[in-house]
Design a protein around this ligand. Structure first.
Ligand SMILES: CC(C)(COP(=O)(O)OP(=O)(O)OC[C@H]1O[C@@H](n2cnc3c(N)ncnc32)[C@H](O)[C@@H]1OP(=O)(O)O)[C@@H](O)C(=O)NCCC(=O)NCCS
Length: 149
């Protein structure tokens, strides 16, 4: 059985570790260390973000971090632990969130890195649709030859 409980300041060390695994898995360019991620997580939980931890057999198997806004809610992080994937936990956890904490919001939105194809398939499978695509030029100031055209 999957249980959901709110994350608190006491969960920040665990959430920082899971956040680092999320960064690795989605191949994000964020290079923050675990202590930095923990400080950021504490600050977020003390201010505008809420966390939900999903527990199966007394073990945290997934978490979500989201920010309620005036008319919408932004899901900033969503992660299922590696050894628990493709067992329906992500789907169940999102159903619990959408039907629970996030039920009052007319719009739920999030970002997916374009190279994170598995996550894109997951979000479509749980009912999300493409809305916008962020485009950018990243300038490598230290090595101008590598700059984007
Ligand atoms: C993406 C993620 C949350 C999915 O969690 P999960 O528990 O494995 O997902 P589920 O088992 O509930 O999958 C539900 C459906 O989503 C789709 N899906 C999930 N993972 C997929 C993948 N890697 N490739 C293609 N489709 C996928 C499938 O349709 C799946 O249904 P099926 O197993 O019956 O085929 C998990 O892989 C994860 O944490 N990845 C790393 C972090 C990440 O990328 N987070 C999202 C950031 S935007």
């Amino acid at each position: 059985m999957l249980i959901c409980r709110p994350g608190t300041d006491a969960d920040a060390p665990l959430l920082a570790q899971l956040n680092q695994q999320l960064i690795q898995d989605e191949v994000h360019r964020n290079r923050m260390t675990i202590p930095e991620l923990e400080r950021r997580m504490r600050n977020w939980l003390a201010t505008e973000y809420r966390a939900a931890l999903f527990i199966e057999a007394s073990t945290v198997v997934a978490y979500a971090l989201y920010r309620p806004e005036k008319d919408a809610v932004y899901v900033r992080q969503f992660f299922v632990c590696r050894e628990h994937r493709r067992r329906g936990i992500g789907r169940k956890a999102m159903q619990m969130l959408l039907g629970g904490e996030l039920a009052a919001f007319d719009r739920v939105y999030l970002d997916v890195l374009t190279k994170n194809g598995g996550a894109h398939c997951f979000w479509e499978a749980v009912g999300f649709h493409d809305y916008a695509l962020t485009m950018e030029i990243v300038r490598d100031r230290a090595n101008p030859r590598c700059s984007a055209p």
